[in-house]
Design a protein around this ligand. Structure first.
Ligand code: PHE
Length: 339
């Protein structure tokens, strides 16, 4: 109560002050060492803690009110104020975000293949069975389909294209691209989201793949190998080599698994890779039945295709060492800000 009175009296005095000099004197009387406010402050030390906090807060509020009234009146009287503006002070940088590491990797992969003349395309994330399996030489009930732990959409079947599924791989773009371009040459890079029923440190239900498809006259395995080597050098580093091993996919013949030199040990062999090589995905020469499904004559044209996970190659980048790719989707700024 006492303080409230003090404040009201002080504000009235400040309001009545007629010159900057008068204000200066008031500042000394009201806030100075001998002021009532300062005396009150001195009694604080002897009070019990609870009262101390309470009174302390009131003293501070009173002091702030008096100070800002003094400033305001000073401004009105045309004197200098305690407020200042340094126009030469460096500005405050608002925090700037950046692209998600997966988006950065996608951009890098796209740029790298554009140098070889590939065109980036996007095809549906929810697609018909036909493009995802059937046209890729996997008829209904073919056991090879089991490889793709497919999530089906609960929707009516299309009379010709079958059931709707979440795309399990970017290979659904192969026949779609043949339909779009019609006559080769085709140099497609399809990057998109894929979905499978899986969840562990190296697999997430939603992930990204990129798929290359090249079709022309006289395309053979060395073209594929050269493209893989180029990718390895550009994405992982100049000393990285690729290796292809026989494998099986319904939509390529012959089919391969693709390995790159381990980036952790430069191919010497370590705890992580054991053999010096790390497997990244699949590849092969486009099966004649797939070309036929895309209305391209396999007697005239041949092609190669490859496809694998963006997350997979990102975690292998030298120096990254991402043990658990689920971290990439954790939305933790502490993790994402490192990229
Ligand atoms: N689509 C295959 C997969 O998801 C990879 C692949 C692409 C294999 C192209 C051969 C050719 O595993």
């Amino acid at each position: 109560m006492q303080l409230l009175n003090l404040k009201n009296q002080a504000l009235a005095l400040i309001d009545q002050a007629g010159s900057p000099e008068e204000l200066k004197q008031l500042q000394i009387d009201l806030l100075g060492r001998k002021s009532e406010l300062n005396q009150t402050l001195k009694t604080l030390a002897k009070l019990p803690p609870e009262e101390k906090i309470n009174l302390g807060r009131q003293v501070n509020e009173t002091k702030n009110a008096i100070e800002s009234a003094l400033n305001e009146r000073r401004q009105q009287l045309g004197g200098r104020t305690d407020q200042w503006l340094d126009v030469t002070a460096p500005g405050k940088q608002p925090p700037l975000g950046h692209l998600h590491p997966i988006s950065q990797a996608i951009e890098e992969i796209q740029r790298l293949f554009e140098h070889l003349g590939f065109t980036r395309v996007r095809y549906p994330e929810v697609d018909w069975d036909w493009y995802v399996f059937e046209a890729l030489n996997m008829p209904a009930d073919h056991p090879a389909r089991d490889e793709w732990e497919t999530i089906f959409i609960d929707a009516p079947k299309h009379p010709k294209l079958g059931q709707m599924v979440l795309t399990t791989h970017t290979s659904n773009g192969q026949v779609r691209e043949m339909e779009r371009v019609k006559t080769p040459p085709i140099r497609m890079l399809n990057i998109g989201k894929c979905y499978r029923r899986q969840q562990d440190p190296t697999h997430t239900v939603m992930f990204h793949q990129f798929e290359g498809l090249v079709i022309d006259k006289g395309i053979s395995i060395p073209h594929l190998k050269g493209t893989l080597d180029y990718f390895g050098r550009e994405f992982f580093g100049p000393k990285i080599k690729s290796r292809i091993r026989p494998f099986h996919f319904q939509f390529t013949e012959p089919s391969f698994e693709v390995d790159f030199t381990c980036t952790a040990c430069s191919g010497r062999g370590c705890r992580f890779c054991k053999s010096g090589w790390v497997e990244v995905g699949g590849a092969g020469m486009v099966h004649p039945n797939v070309l036929k499904a895309g209305k391209i004559d396999p007697r005239v044209f041949s092609g190669f295709a490859f496809g694998w996970g963006v997350e997979r190659v990102l975690r292998l980048k030298p120096g990254l060492n991402i043990d658990d790719i689920r971290m990439l989707y954790s939305s933790q700024p502490e993790f994402l800000n490192q990229f």
